[in-house]
Write a protein of this length. Structure first.
Length: 213
């Protein structure tokens, strides 16, 4: 049985993300699967963008660029606003601010929504729109102690802990089995009702960095 067939079978019994799967009761929490993002070398199209702009990892930005900031994601169903948590994930926050400031997320979709058998996550930030794309590079994991409560924002990744790039997810309900295995970097402040309404294909019409109110 080839890898694609095996993953198709696995997806019938588990909640899946991209190229792998996440079981709601994982036997090995350190290897719970794939939240949808891939490293650039895993996909020759991983950095495809309509404007052909090249993106490069900037490392940690200055404190004034990432402290007391929030992200506003505008959609046809309303705005989602989440605070950034540079104290626990400075590299991840820096990367998200860099991509957002450059317009990376504008026009991208939420390509994955998992609500059954119970509210789980929505996921977006893939320029390919199929769970296999990214900015053309990956960033190091910053696992931390922030719990996966409802409304947490974290980075999707493949089985490699250091494979996150641009894809992110927002939890629709508690998902504590993901704790310390995915980099949490934000928390929804406004618009959880919008998060609950998101369906596959909904567009992020505009994503901006704001000063936290």
């Amino acid at each position: 049985m080839n890898k694609r067939s095996l993953l198709t079978l696995l997806s019938l019994a588990t909640l899946t993300f991209g190229a792998g799967c996440v079981n709601s009761t994982p036997q090995n929490p350190s290897a719970i699967g794939d939240l949808g993002s891939v490293k650039a070398e895993d996909s020759s199209q991983a950095s495809v963008m309509s404007d052909t702009k090249t993106w490069s990892f900037q490392g940690k930005l200055s404190d004034d660029q990432i402290t007391n900031k929030q992200i506003r994601v505008s959609t046809a169903k309303g705005d989602i606003v989440f605070e950034l948590l540079p104290d626990v994930a400075p590299i991840t926050v820096s990367n998200f601010v860099y991509l957002t400031s450059g317009g990376f997320y504008d026009g991208l979709t939420f390509h994955r929504v998992e609500k059954d058998p119970q509210p789980f996550v929505i996921q977006g930030g893939d320029p390919l729109g199929n769970g296999m794309g990214g900015p053309g590079y990956s960033i190091p994991a910053e696992f931390n102690s922030v719990k996966h409560d409802r409304g947490v924002v974290a980075m999707a990744r493949s089985m490699d802990p250091d494979s996150a790039g641009s894809q992110f997810y927002i939890t629709l309900g508690p998902a504590y089995f993901l704790d310390n295995n995915y980099t949490v970097f934000g928390r929804v402040l406004e618009g959880m009702d919008v998060v609950d309404q998101i369906t596959v294909g909904d567009v992020m019409t505009k994503v901006v960095v704001e000063d936290k109110k």
